[in-house]
Write a protein that binds this ligand. Sequence first.
Ligand code: ZN
Length: 586
Amino acid sequence: MSLLYEITLKHPHKHLFSVTLTLNNPNPLGQIFKLPNWIPGSYLIRDFSKNIVSICANSEGQEVPISKIDKNHWITQPCESSVTIVYEVYAFDLSVRSAYFTNERAFFNGTSVFLLPLGFEHDECELVINLPSEGQVLGDWQCATTLKPKTKNSDHEIFTAENYNDLIDHPVEMADFTLFEFEANNTKHKMAITGMHNTDLSRLRTDLISVCEHHMNFFGGEIPFDSYLFLTLVRAKGYGGLEHKKSTSLICSRSDLPFNGMPSITPEYTRFLALCSHEYFHAWWIKTIKPASFHRLDFDHENYTEQLWIFEGFTSYYDELSLLRSKILTPEQYLTLFSQTVTKVQKTKGRLKQSITESSFDAWTKFYQQDENAPNSIVSYYSKGALLAFVLDIEIMMRTKDEISMDDVVRHIWNNYKDDGLDDDSVKRVIEDLTRTDFSKFFDAYVYGVDELPIKESFNYVGVDCRFKHKDTDLSSFGISAKDENGYSSVTHVFDDTSAQLSGIYVGDLVVSVDKVKVGFKDLQSVIGTKTIGDTITLGIIRDEMVYDIRVNFVESDKTYCVLSIEDTQKKKSETLYRQKKWFYR
Ligand SMILES: [Zn+2]
């Protein structure tokens, strides 16, 4: 055991962790330490090292000079025996990606708090977590993590990890949380819920068992963990999740959790279950099967891959489909959910400019750094990836007379690509091998190209009617999205080739009147929604504290709002019914 970490919850009100790292056999020429610049699963350089507020080193009680090489590397002067680094980390980020410490809760990802001594990447790690002293924090704190426990005492717990990469893949939550357990296919699962909540735990447990057993069975019963932990933080408003091999960190809104007496499934609770389903699916699909390049991560720089549409897109397809297949949703409820994904994609003109492989590759600078022009210039590898997974699923069914589906493709990859990971063309090759047909044109058009996906045709194949219309409850047909600013509409996005853009409305404009009559945020949609092609109006806007009149001519807009419905069974051929059933419940 050569890497010994110790983390102490130092000042809840200063949000400081104190960390020590002791190394018995440092590099005799001077030991370099580094902190990752990003966290796997979230593709943005976040420079976690900016939160290290002090650092010093000693060797057997004698101070050893330590200096900085660049933003995330430090070097100690040569010392003959062991070296200990002592540093403080500021932790006040509520997201699932970093670290947080107040008197209500402590949470950290290893990428935010644990320095790696270069050359010791493969050494075993031991971690001592010193629990807060009495009176330091609110409530009776417990510690939840999937790190391997070694010993547990009243004031500290000790865990071990196989190596550094293992150490940083187990987030740790400490708080006075609700903890419940359940078994899915004889495997132990836990969920810790931190924050004020009034959850119907029995309902949540039942639904989670259904989701977990679905995924386990989907991958043929082979499970990439010995136990699994859901860490859930409840806030008044919040949403997010990050996958790990044996656990996931989630943030949800209080209204997302099921409450006692909830009559039927709500859209909010559906969203939460889909999030759990999504992150849990990742245990197989990106934490185990992954792009070949992810087998050796470089924590200093962006790790580029064309494949996020495969890992996030397929996961987004199955996270909701599994809720239907495990009978948590009815087909109608599922189609309503899926229609929202279709609408999201079709509202984005960027789908005609950026392919989903480009979207994956540029995640670091585009998807994770979206500006006001994002809807016009980029496409989401999540939502378009999910839609493409569906279209591909149907195409595979069509070509194989419904013998083979996307499920078989994913399972084949699961059974054969754990060791080496996927190359950029692996999915195409697997599909071609399984279907014995050429998918070059399909991939050129829809994966590497930006052709419109054959959405209607795909849905028709499984007896689902797909229509597009104008949505009359938002401003997308007019060509903007807006937020409430002091009761008026502040323009946040202007969509390409719409009435709004052609008339010269810009992001940041505050719309205050229509045809000289004052119109507030709540009423703008209903006033503009009555206009049709050829109508003209004068919008009063404020830009940089100046008042302008803008003449708007209404032009035709795209129908992007998707409505999915199950076609009348009377008219359907039995083979369509068979296919529909197979898609819904296979
Ligand atoms: Zn994901």
